[in-house]
Each structure stands twice: as C-alpha cells, then as structure tokens.
Design a protein around this ligand. Structure first.
Ligand code: M6R
Length: 607
C-alpha cells in the first residue's frame, strides 16, 4: 500500500499542494517519497529515502515548477527502500513519470522484453516497466493517451497509476484493483489513493472503477475504460466526511477499516512471487530441524501453519514463542537448522534475538514480514513480504490473515514438492486458497450485523473462554488475544474446556466455540459446549451454514457463509474474522478506543 497524489490546478504551482497531499497520505507508506511536475514542456523530478519531512528538508519538495504534477509516498513491495526505487519512475528519456500503488505481477517478463528492446532500467521495482512500456508504444507511433491505454492493457495485477508526460498538458490516471479517486474542484482536478488527501480543496468525488483510465486536462477530463474498450461516465458525489473521518475512509476506527481491508490484502498475498515461497519450501524440507519463531499474533499464525505443514507436507516445523527460543532450543541450533521468523513489523526484539542467535550458529534464516527493509529482511536469507500495507490499529487483524494465507501457501508448496499430496488434492487446495478473499468478504458482510448485536449483549460479561481444537486452537488464542487487548476482558483460550474450568468461569460467563464441520474433534467440542451450558455459561458457536448439530449444543450461533467442504487447514482464516469483529465491537460498546489500547505497543522493539 502506497499513497498517490496528483493534481492539475489553473495558474498555480502545484508542488506545495502535492507535498501537503502526500503528508495526509503518509499513513499509507513512509519509507521514501517523491514528486514530479511538468513545466514548459519539461519534466522535473525529486525523490529521496525516508519520511516526507526528512526528504522535504533535504530536497525542498515544494519548489518544483508547474501546474501539473504527481507525488508518491512509498511502502515498499518490490525493491528495498532506496532512492532508485522511490517513485516517480521515469522512462529512458526522462519525459514520462509514473507513480504506482499495487503489484504488477508480470513485471519480470515485461522488463525482459523491454530490456531486449534496449530500455535501461534504474530500479528494482515492478513500477518502472510502466514508463518504459508507454515510451515503447510512443516510439511505435502512438500518441501519449493511446500509448497509456496499450501499456496498461499489458499489465497483470493491481495498479493505481498517475502518469505525466512532458509533451502532454495533463495527466493520465489508471485504476485496477488498487484504490484511486478523483476530486473535482473549482480551480483544479485532484487524484489520490484516498479522499482525505484532497479534502481541503474539494468534497466532490468521483470513485474510479476497475479498468478506468482518466485523462485530465486543463479544460476537464474524460474517462475511458480499457476493459470495456469504450468511454464511460462516472457520477460525481459530494461527501460530508470530516477530514478526520476521511482518513479512515469513513470508518470510525482504523481497526474496523483494517478488518474490512482483509479481502484486498488476501488478494495481494495471491500475487507473491512463487519462486521465493518455493525456495523457502525446499530449504525447510531439507532441514534437519525446522522452527518458526514469532510473538503475539504472528505466533498464532505460526501455530496454525505448523499444523498445516505437518498435515499436508508431513514435516514438523516447530512453532516457538520467540522469547523462549534461545533458552530452550538455542544450544542445538546449527547449520542444518532452518529458522522461519514471522513478524509483521520485522523489528520485534525477541524475534530478532532468536534470529541473531540462530544465524550466528550457522542456521538458515527465512522471514515473512510486512515491512520491506525491516531488520528481518536484512537478516533473512530468503524472505517474503506479505503486502498488507501499513497497519495502524495496534491490534493486528489484516496482517494476521495475510500471514495465514502466505504460510498456508508455503505449506501447500512444501507438500507438493515433497510429493505428499496428489495433484488433484493440490489443485483443490489452490482453488480454495484463491477463493479465500471472496469468502472473507462475505463472512465480514454477512456476520457483522449479528456481531454488533452480540457485542451489545456482552458489554457487561466479565469472563470469556475461547475454545478451538487442532488447527483452530490458534483461532481461539487469537480471538482471545484480540478481546484481551482492546476490550480488557479476562479470558482464556483452550483446545478443550473441562468441567473444572467451566465451573470456575461460572454462571454468566461466555464460552465461544470454534466449530468448523471439518474438525476431527467436533463431537468432543459439541459435548463440551453442552457441558458448559449445564454450568450456566452462555455458549456461542461459530459454525458453517446448514450446521444443525451446532444449534442443539449452543445458545447462539454465528453462522458463517462458508461451505462445509472448506478444507480444515484453511478454516482458521474465515473463522477468525467474526472474532476480530466481536472484540472490536465489545471494545467500542464499552466506550473504549480500540485503536489505542492502554499498556500496549504494536510491536515490542526493545528487550
Ligand atoms: O510485528 P510483530 O508481528 O513481530 O509483532 C508481534 C506482536 O507484538 C504483535 O502481534 C502484537 O501481539 C499485536 N499487538 C497483536 O494484536
């Protein structure tokens, strides 16, 4: 996730407006930034590494000349945070500048084709193929606008782009899967990843749709849709959000916004470069001993995927809470050990300590993280960036489900390469993995109303138990952690609720059972749910559509629109979503601020 801002304003140098717009988008990414403008038929570019204030202090981002310009604040996806990789990216002649948010899946093959035609690349980014592609089409004789359309037709993946060209008095904006909105003001037209970026200038907004290419000129704009192959009309709407609300896209809290972003983030995890997952799979497979180390939510993702790895790939990859690693396993780690560290931030002190220790003893370090350029990416031999974009809410949500998706893909690749699953089972699993973003979307949509009601009923409940067995012990642990973190509700998570514990919790407490029909322990879970009711607990069961058995064993059912055929190894992903929302709404109903839980840092970077 990066932030894009562009504008065309009559009789005004736009560089200061772009700078201000980027500042309002900084929460989307902040490892590097840059601007480009056009003035008297010439392209001007400034860019640098670091937060916007730092780059501005060094380069003076607001003094570029021109009434047309684009800017970008980056959250690295391809290529480390360096000046070369910062946006805008330009073509060989330095006449076309492009800023991009998203992932271009086929950039490697496009880059090869373009290099074969003589184009020289300066960065390691996927984005840089775009200016070169446009340049190439223009060399073949197309005008700028036609060249943009032909170029974006060749791209696969997600892309929001703002493009300027020294020979065109205007700007091209493209939307495909990544967000991009136009703001229509009295004196100018704005384009941004998010509405708040231009809200001080206009509240008339046009939401671009996938395939839209808007050509903005001083006298107005027109929108062409490259999927439909024709010009389209989009209706402007006037919004009445405050600047504060707009930053969260109208959501009252970042946490809720991030919960709703999960389908999009999951789609991003399906665009990862398979080569790196395959390298990881092979390194883990050939290890004498393999560990996953992580803290908090990331540890829960490891726990769930260790089940997936042993079930599918028949390989034990031990999940260890990072702070426990050195003391308990450190003495026999060696060159034949593989350590997979999972950390959203890539900076958690305990996780890095485990990595440092294992590295010193010659182990192979692998990493899964959300932050390219983090310490973990510098210490790992192979790493995968989960592409969730910055997570502002202290409680991890979208980064958890993205970790689950990445690690499950790794488990399936391991299983395939070790010959532990047949191609039919593998294809079935991949089909399901590709359905997960849509499944997540419908789970959030369908269950949210019921969860709001349940949360209201639970404002005063003091104690909770989360019960999930096998792979869904991770779901129970993560559901409990969320409630604890943001609603401060004393609660336990367990794979089996016995009579003693139920008795201790006592009447008036609530037990939440995670009951996918694929669970091999289902009968026991249902028996325990009945027992908990006998002890006076209120029992909520999370189950799939059409699950009649669950009704008999519980007081309330949260029915997820998930087909019962969903393989059990994938069930932690949809089943955690209602629990994230439950924690969020209980926190809000208790009058707390879920974005700012007390006594809690997003990740602990000091020991
Ligand atoms: O950045 P990391 O994934 O290494 O952070 C690990 C934990 O600190 C983190 O998951 C923490 O538990 C979150 N607040 C969970 O919501």
């Amino acid at each position: 996730m990066c932030g894009i801002f562009g504008c065309l304003v009559k009789d005004k140098d736009v560089a200061p407006l772009i700078l201000a717009g980027l500042k309002r988008l900084e929460y989307r990414g902040y490892d590097s930034c840059g601007e480009a403008t056009i003035h008297e038929g010439k392209l001007f570019v400034k860019k640098g590494v670091g937060e916007i204030d730092k780059v501005h202090a060094e380069l003076g981002l607001d003094d570029l000349p021109g009434e047309i310009g684009i800017g970008h604040t980056r959250w690295a996806t391809h290529g480390a945070p360096t000046r070369e990789n910062a946006h805008p990216h330009t073509d060989c002649e330095g006449k076309i500048a492009v800023v991009h948010n998203g992932i271009i899946e086929n950039f490697l093959e496009l880059r090869k084709e373009l290099e074969a035609k003589g184009h020289v690349f300066k960065s390691k980014t996927d984005t840089e193929v775009v200016p070169h592609l446009i340049e190439e089409f223009m060399k073949e004789g197309l005008g700028f606008q036609e060249a943009v359309i032909e170029a974006v037709r060749k791209l696969r993946g997600s892309f929001a782009l703002a493009i300027i060209y020294a020979g065109f008095e205007g700007m091209a904006c493209v939307k495909m899967e990544s967000p991009l909105v136009l703001g229509v003001g009295r004196d100018g037209i704005y384009v941004a990843s998010d509405i708040p970026a231009f809200l001080p200038y206009t509240n008339v907004v046009i939401q671009l749709k996938d395939g839209d290419v808007a050509f903005i000129r001083p006298d107005g704009f027109r929108i062409y849709n490259f999927i439909k192959g024709r010009e389209v009309k989009r209706k402007p709407r006037t919004i009445d959000w405050s600047a504060d609300m707009a930053e969260r896209e109208g959501y009252p809290h970042f946490m809720l916004k991030e919960i709703h972003e999960q389908p999009r983030c999951l789609k991003n995890t399906l665009r990862l470069d398979r080569r790196y997952l395959t390298m990881m799979a092979d390194l883990i497979s050939s290890a004498e001993e393999a560990f996953m180390v992580a803290c908090g939510t990331s540890y829960h993702a490891c726990l769930a995927s260790s089940y997936a790895m042993s079930r599918l790939a028949k390989k034990a990859v031990h999940p260890v809470i990072a702070s426990e690693f050195v003391e308990n396993y450190g003495s026999f780690v060696g060159p034949r050990t593989v350590l997979l560290a999972v950390s959203q931030s890539g900076e958690t002190a305990d996780t890095l300590e485990a990595v440092r220790h294992a590295r010193e003893r010659g182990a192979t370090i692998l990493g899964v993280t959300n932050v390219l350029g983090s310490k973990l990416t510098r210490m790992a031999r192979v790493y995968v960036c989960q592409q969730s974009g910055p997570e502002i809410g202290v409680a991890a949500t979208k980064t958890y489900t993205a970790q689950l998706s990445v690690l499950t893909q790794l488990a399936v690749i391991m299983a395939e390469r070790r010959g532990k699953i047949g191609h039919v089972e593998a294809e079935d699993l991949w089909d399901w993995i590709h359905k997960l973003p849509d499944l997540a979307e419908s789970v959030i949509e369908v269950t949210e109303k019921d969860i709001i009601r349940l949360a209201e009923e639970h404002v005063g409940v003091e104690k909770f138990a989360f019960v999930g067995s096998g792979i869904n012990l991770a779901t129970a642990l993560e559901g409990r952690l969320k409630l604890l973190e943001i609603a401060y509700a004393p609660s336990i998570a367990t794979s089996s609720l016995d009579g003693v514990t139920a008795g201790c919790l006592g009447k008036g407490s609530t037990a939440i059972f995670v009951c996918p029909s694929s669970s091999p322990d289902r009968k026991r879970l249902l028996d325990e749910a009945c027992m908990a009711r006998d002890h006076g607990l209120n029992v909520i069961a999370l189950a799939e559509e059409g699950d009649e058995e669950v009704k008999e064993a519980s007081d309330e059912q949260l029915v997820l629109p998930v087909p019962p055929e969903l393989p059990e190894v994938l069930s932690p992903l949809p089943f955690i979503l209602p629990l994230q929302m439950f924690a969020y709404y209980v926190s809000v109903k208790r009058g707390l601020n879920p974005d700012k839980p007390r006594n809690l840092a997003k990740s602990v970077t000091v020991k």
